[in-house]
Design a protein around this ligand. Structure first.
Ligand code: URA
Length: 185
């Protein structure tokens, strides 16, 4: 399925996401949330799932957590053409609950097809949900990069929402970014 999605091009992946009824989350979703940013990114950020604002706009990280992500991206010195942003789940879970394992599995072909299609040099997993979805289990240490079998650098840092609830995380996040600048510079 992943290869078939990639072969069809980005519009095909997008159409399949819009038509998806693999799990029940589409029933409560206003819009599926597909991606934002460059289609030829050096860095791909992977978040968890759309929240209320994203569900309304159809754009990932367009609410409060998005402001924090924008600040992070600025701190990383990335320009618009350098990055893209996607989520593990494309539809909003009710009341922003954590994605269920079955939902992650059912949405995973879209995630993997997006990664293949966008073909980034670096993947930044924003928090544990992205870590577990990408590897199939929790696999990474915060701020310690790993090279995957496709030769991509994979890095896990804090989810931007953690910067809202725990202000001490802002400095810690900056340290994780500073230690890893060589991956994207
Ligand atoms: N949190 C996420 O993980 N993704 C979004 O798009 C918004 C908030």
């Amino acid at each position: 399925m992943i290869q078939e999605l990639i072969n069809g091009g980005f519009e095909h992946i997008e159409k399949e996401i819009r038509q998806c009824a693999n799990c029940s989350l589409h029933e409560g979703a206003t819009n599926p949330v597909i991606m934002k940013g460059s289609r030829d990114p050096k860095v791909l950020f992977i978040g968890e799932a759309p929240g209320k604002t994203e569900d309304m706009t159809g754009i990932p990280f367009s609410g409060r957590a998005g402001k924090k992500l924008d600040e992070m991206i600025e701190y990383m010195d990335l320009s618009d053409k350098d990055y893209a942003v996607i989520n593990v789940l494309k539809c909003r879970p009710p009341n922003n609950r954590k994605p269920r394992k079955t939902e992650v599995e059912q949405c995973k072909p879209f995630l993997m097809a997006q990664i293949e299609f966008l073909d980034p040099k670096v993947i930044i997993l924003l928090g544990n949900t992205a870590d577990e979805a990408f590897w199939g289990r929790k696999n990474m240490q915060w701020g310690v990069p790993v090279v995957d079998e496709d030769g991509r650098n994979i890095l896990k840092i804090y989810h931007p929402a953690a910067m809202i609830y725990q202000r001490s995380r802002i400095e810690e996040q900056k340290e994780l970014i500073d230690k890893n600048r060589n991956l994207w510079e």
